[in-house]
Design a protein around this ligand. Structure first.
Ligand code: ATP
Length: 237
């Protein structure tokens, strides 16, 4: 198999003396969609923070796009091509939709098919209609679309979504899933955290289940679908 885009080996991280992640080993290959699953408090957000340089790994190694990044700063990791759609969206209330997209595109990676404003608006026609509106004037669903479009505008090698469908109406959630399926069809490598396991299954190529900071199980969506015991044991569904 080809060299993975992201490789974690023996990764440990936490907050001061409170260790949260214990010896994680996993890979993400280019073009894959990987779902990160687990009940609340199992370490999903901590892992994502560690991958994007918001939290320093205490032990172990992370390689991304051929570079060791376990001691790298967040801006370098972003420049290597990791883009996060953070929990809570974090749009700027006083920047317009268009300004968000232009500001983030300033740090873009080169790509064969770059994300232009036109492509982003074609993916999310709602954002085209709202181009002049301020972040603070958008609905929760529109803010979520903007957070995804803003991350895409950097032409990410790896798109990371932390609870992207959290707190949204079902019709808006469906729009977010539709967009992620389109991105997958275009070959976008993605790591996604979400609690709607049934929606993630058709999208994800592989799934990682975190249990108290350890990978309790990893496998394909077909395997996870067939093993409902894993859902009750580790996912509480
Ligand atoms: N800033 C922090 N300082 C100290 N402990 C933290 C901090 N953030 C998270 N934790 C602890 O780390 C553990 C893992 O939390 P984390 O947020 O990574 O879990 P999660 O799987 O993402 O859960 P959730 O779905 O609730 O966000 C929890 O015990 C949590 O209390």
């Amino acid at each position: 198999m080809s060299t993975p885009l992201l490789r974690c080996r023996g990764l440990e991280a936490g907050y001061g003396a409170s260790q949260v992640l214990f010896g994680l080993d996993f890979d993400i290959h280019a073009g894959e969609v990987v779902a990160l699953l687990g009940r609340n408090g199992m370490g999903k957000s901590t892992l994502i923070k560690t991958l994007v340089g918001g939290l320093r790994a205490q032990r172990g190694e992370i390689h991304f796009a051929g570079q060791p990044i376990h001691r790298a700063r967040a801006d370098l990791i972003a420049r290597l091509g990791a883009a996060i759609v953070p929990e809570g969206r974090q749009c700027f209330p006083n920047l317009s939709v268009r300004e968000h997209l232009i500001a983030f595109a300033a740090t873009r990676n080169s790509a064969a098919a770059p994300w232009t404003l036109e492509r982003l608006y074609a993916l999310f026609p709602r954002l085209a209609e709202r181009a002049g509106h301020m972040g603070g004037q958008l609905s929760g669903g529109e803010q979520q679309m903007l957070a995804i479009a803003r991350a895409l505008s950097t032409n990410p090698r790896l798109l990371i979504l932390d609870e992207a469908s959290e707190g949204l109406a079902p019709v808006i959630r469906a729009e977010i899933w539709r967009c992620l399926a389109l991105l997958k069809a275009q070959g976008q490598t993605t790591l996604v955290v979400d609690k709607y396991v049934d929606k993630l299954l058709p999208l994800a190529d592989r799934n990682l289940i975190l249990e108290r900071g350890r990978i309790a199980w990893q496998g394909s969506s077909a395997e996870l679908d067939a093993q409902r015991g894993l859902w009750t044991r580790y996912l509480g569904v």
